[in-house]
Design a protein around this ligand. Sequence first.
Ligand code: LLP
Length: 431
Amino acid sequence: MSSKIFSNGYLENRGGVLYIDGVSSLELAEKFDTPLYVLAERRIRENYRRLYDALKKHYDKVRIYYSAKANTSLSVLKILESEGAYLDTVSPGEVFLALRASFTSDRILFTGTSVRDDELKFLVDSGVTINIDSLSQLRRLLSFHLPEMISVRVNPEIGAGHHEHCITAGRDSKFGIWEDDVIKAYKYAREAGVKKFGIQMHIGSGILTVEPFLLAAEKMLEIARHVHEEVGVDFDFIDFGGGLGVPYRPEEESLDLDLYAEKVLGLYLRRIGEYDLGEPWFFIEPGRYIVCDAGVLLTRVNTLKITPFKKFVGVDAGFNTLIRPAMYGSYHPIIVANRLDSAEEEVYDVAGPICESGDLLARDRRLPRISEGDLLAVLNVGAYGFSMSSQYNSRPRCGEVLVKDGEYALIRRKEDFESLLIGQELPSWLK
Ligand code: LLP
């Protein structure tokens, strides 16, 4: 496993100590306390460029909309803004952060679900492009505003993902619009005077093979053809969503990026020709792929507890800090940052401080013999790590550091007890 972990060039074993793009994990833990998220700028840029280059080889009009929900730290948004990325957002809060990170509104797409009227008004005022998730949303939007451009999220009936919660298309999915209603939506928008159009899908998250993307792409392109033929709509863009997976388990293989680009864009180019769809922009919306393996969570061992049945390593990060293992049963690689050369000779459950039995970062994990005070590094946490963290059990959220070629900077202070009081008021009768 370790050879794979250190093959990306930014995680390094220097004399048994984990360095993250030239910065000692021990120094960071000492200086900023644990738990601590560490993000490597270089890796975010590399991931973005690798993906962009792979797509661009096949077609000139490609755009990557980084899916902000994976990691909305202002620094991450700034890094991607400087790379020329566009942004996929899901809430007014994400739009607010995107604008703060200097994304102009013409680089922001909003794809929300169960969107309120006041949120629609905020989006209109912000000037972002809105991707419609329901006929209701479209009706409500058009009742007070005529956008120049509208996109519709379709449900292509084919979903995929690493966990049922992360499959976002198909019969049981709350997302997107079914084909017949898609036609209705474009007709309605067109009659209302909308001039420019896009079409979008997102089938799920954490997909490591090309097949599901291709099947869904075929279906969405057919829907696009029907819309074009029946409503006379020309598309400015066709957006294939995110979902590009990253291997977490040692036995998992990376998504074959060149194959993805070749097959999906190959199909795209054939079909837009055959269906007479012109030359729309090709969009994708990856979140995980861009930031996942750029993030490390440092957490300190405070307790060793041996029972007749289990060996528990008690650490200071629980599902308040990283919820993926508890929420999806997700696997994250864990290494002992201060003893990288020790052999893995014990099997442990790695347990957080939250008062729930499900608060385990790993079950039955083979690790070197652990001592209290050891520093663990949980890997592949750059996506859906901090962004899903909470104050559960009244634990202030942890800090975040950005590293770059031997330098580092705190990009998010850890919260303190006062943070637990933000916004709280006592009614007069309890004062
Ligand atoms: N576009 C839309 C409309 C989405 O809903 C999502 C993710 C993405 C793009 C980006 O998907 P990605 O490329 O990151 O797979 N919390 C879960 C993942 C939930 C993803 C939700 N939507 C996890 O930790 O695995």
